[in-house]
Design a protein around this ligand. Structure first.
Ligand code: FAD
Ligand code: UDP
Length: 367
């Protein structure tokens, strides 16, 4: 065997595993079917601005070891994600906090005022929330659900909120303080110089082949390494033999605009059905390092997934979870292959989850 490990996918999971194994003296080859490293966190320079090509990424974590690890490759800035939500011409702070509540309800000044409204509105839900709609109403009441959640969620997932699992909305904090920080985690920031630089440094000294699809030469690749680390789609690995898992895709429309400041914030969510996009990203506001008098913005459109498109989101509803479980049973029998990352685990992971999982896998592998 020429390599100890073949890593399929140069995203954050594959790159963390590769970096750690390489550090332990293992011979590693990384391949990726895309023309670039870094998977979905890839950033490319346009007008001197780090453009998040596959969707806006803000690093946030409570894991100190993960934070120290990423900071050992690049310095991070102190960016705090504080998106605003737009519906029609009204603007609200996200996530749901006292700034949001006081704008939604005219008579809200104090946390008790906000709670009075929320408690009154959430009375319509009794018992445990069975779906995303019930979860949302029991968190913030129907008024906010209808203005800031329902439209966004239906566009994002192309399903009714009554057909979606409650956990999706549990990602968003609800705070009775005037604090627009989107995340609760202790550490947060954006790599100075972009995510591509972070992953480039992680892969330093490791052989990487781009534009290389594992499935084009699966047998040949399998014969090149003692073990395979697979980070692609779980069902694709097994040639979809138990049926297809569902995914959600996105379409990005990126424009250079001849203005220094287009929307005044990195992220504006569009929560109504009057437009088809869910978010507009103005990339320069993530790191403020650009001196350009132009700006780059990306309109993000949710899209039904078909095999020729990128699978950006897994859809963890009951049917898909059950099928993923069946695939995992098959995966457990593949002695030579380690499955991991968002697509191979079929889990809605954030970046830090993926790195943490990679640490665990390497530790187990080397023990
Ligand atoms: P990926 O980045 O998808 O990497 C997998 C790689 O495998 C890809 O490069 C792919 O090309 C390659 N591959 C697949 N199949 C093959 C094959 N057959 N042959 C060769 N290569 C293959 N997380 C956060 O923490 N904060 C955020 O703000 C945030 N924002 C997000 C916004 C969007 C729009 C999306 C979609 C995700 C966001 N995430 C965010 C989640 C984050 O992107 C993921 O947790 C992380 O990037 C997953 O890393 P991964 O290595 O598992 O997967
Ligand atoms: N969400 C919403 N309104 C918003 C932002 C998010 O209703 O303005 C809901 C929506 O259901 C979305 C979920 O919260 O799918 C999680 O949002 P987040 O921004 O965490 O998801 P991401 O797309 O960044 O993974």
């Amino acid at each position: 065997m020429k390599y100890d490990y073949l890593v399929v996918g140069a995203g954050l999971f594959g790159s963390t595993v590769a970096n750690r194994l390489h550090k332990e003296g293992k011979k590693v080859l990384v391949i990726d079917k895309r023309p670039n490293i870094a998977g979905n966190v890839y950033t490319e320079d346009i007008e001197g601005i780090h453009v998040h090509k596959y969707g806006a990424h803000i690093f946030h974590t409570d894991y100190k070891d993960v934070w120290d690890y990423v900071n050992s490759f690049v310095e991070f800035n102190r960016y705090t994600n504080s998106p605003v939500a737009r519906i029609g011409n009204e603007i609200y702070n996200m996530p749901f906090n006292m700034n949001t509540f006081s704008k939604i309800w005219d008579d809200v000044i104090t946390p008790e005022d906000a709670l009075r409204h929320i408690n009154e509105e959430k009375k319509e839900i009794t018992g445990e929330a069975k779906n995303l709609e019930e979860q949302a109403i029991s968190l913030v009441g129907r008024t906010i659900y209808e203005k800031l959640i329902k439209g966004y969620t239906e566009k994002q997932w192309n399903r009714s909120c009554t057909d979606l699992p409650a956990f999706i909305i549990k990602r968003l904090p609800v705070r009775l303080i005037y604090d627009n920080n989107y995340f609760n985690d202790k550490y947060q920031g954006i790599p100075i110089g972009g995510y591509t630089k972070l992953v480039e440094n992680m892969l330093d000294g490791i052989e990487v082949r781009l534009n290389t699809n594992y499935f084009d030469n699966k047998d040949e690749f399998n014969n090149m390494a003692d073990k395979i680390v697979y980070t692609g789609m779980l069902d694709e690995y097994f040639d979809f033999k138990l049926g297809r898992l569902e995914y959600r895709s996105l379409r990005f429309d990126t424009k250079i605009i001849d203005k220094e400041n287009y929307q005044g914030n990195a992220v504006i969510n569009y929560t109504g059905h009057e437009v088809d996009y869910t978010r507009v990203i103005e990339h320069k506001h993530f790191d403020n390092t650009s001196v350009s008098d132009k700006t780059v913005v990306t309109y993000e459109y949710p899209d039904d997934w078909t095999p020729e498109k990128e699978a950006y989101y897994v859809i963890n509803d009951d049917n898909n979870n059950k099928l993923a479980e069946d695939y995992r049973e098959l995966a457990d029998k593949e002695e030579k292959v380690i499955f991991g990352g968002r697509l191979a685990d079929y889990k809605y992971y954030d970046m830090d989850d993926v790195i943490k999982k990679a640490f665990e896998i390497v530790e187990k592998e080397l023990s």
